[in-house]
Design a protein around this ligand. Sequence first.
Ligand SMILES: Nc1ncnc2c1ncn2[C@@H]1O[C@H](COP(=O)(O)OP(=O)(O)OP(=O)(O)O)[C@@H](O)[C@H]1O
Ligand SMILES: [Mg+2]
Length: 271
Amino acid sequence: MNNLYGEKLCEMFASCVNSRPLKKAAKYRVGVDLGTANIVVAVVDEGGEPVAGKMQRAQVVKDGLVVDFIGARNIVAKMIEELNEELGTELLSGACAVPPGTGIADSKATMYVVESAGLEVLNIVDEPTAASKVLGISDGAVVDIGGGTTGISVLKEGKVIYTADEPTGGTHFTLVLSGHFNITFDEAETMKLEGKNQKKLFPILKPTMEKVTDIIRRHIKGFNVETIYLVGGASALYGLKDVVENTLGIKAVVPKYPLFITPLGIALSCP
Ligand SMILES: Nc1ncnc2c1ncn2[C@@H]1O[C@H](COP(=O)(O)OP(=O)(O)OP(=O)(O)O)[C@@H](O)[C@H]1O
Ligand SMILES: [Mg+2]
């Protein structure tokens, strides 16, 4: 990522997530990312610097929609409680996010999870727009390849001019490995996440990468996209950036911490 600001934010967040707060502040801005694979709460100070955070794997959301309300609420409430204790404060409000194009009813479900966990929701943003704040970009396509879905936003002069979301993400790569090696989903997930395995898994995962690439191609068609920013956990997969770049002939960028871009962007979207 040719963006030192965003990289620094991610590095700071990486150093405090599920660890000790970096510092205390007079005012906190909170972002809650309810993902298909991960729930993340990011806390930044008034100036937008990360100070604390929590992250946990959870299966309470499917394809961007809350499927286990109580489970989601309990996880977020516990995270907030721990953050309150560590920061010596009472976090009262925050922002949350939904995949682009989510309807009002589903956006409300996300909002209710956060509110029932004790935070008044001051803003609901769409995920790629949140990501663009950390990427520090005003033009290009933001592609968030998360656990369940791939969300695409096209930005022009700082405005989102197109969004879409399709149900293919990190989970699908894991399912392919699970089928190929005849192992459980969890075993396949562990195999996939082991960095040293990824190079040799590339030929098996390439067709799914091509599918993701095809999703991107269809949605950016007709827009003058010069750079594709890949975020979300699954964009870290070995070879994905090259498949996207070589197939589409458009420069692709994967930041160093693709998992943290959207959650931090949500916190930055908190007024
Ligand atoms: N280093 C990595 N290499 C490959 N895949 C990874 C890596 N780290 C995380 N992932 C995958 O990224 C996915 C989770 O990403 P992320 O946290 O962005 O998703 P999410 O926000 O929970 O899901 P969604 O946005 O689709 O609701 C999982 O499928 C996980 O296996
Ligand atoms: Mg996500």
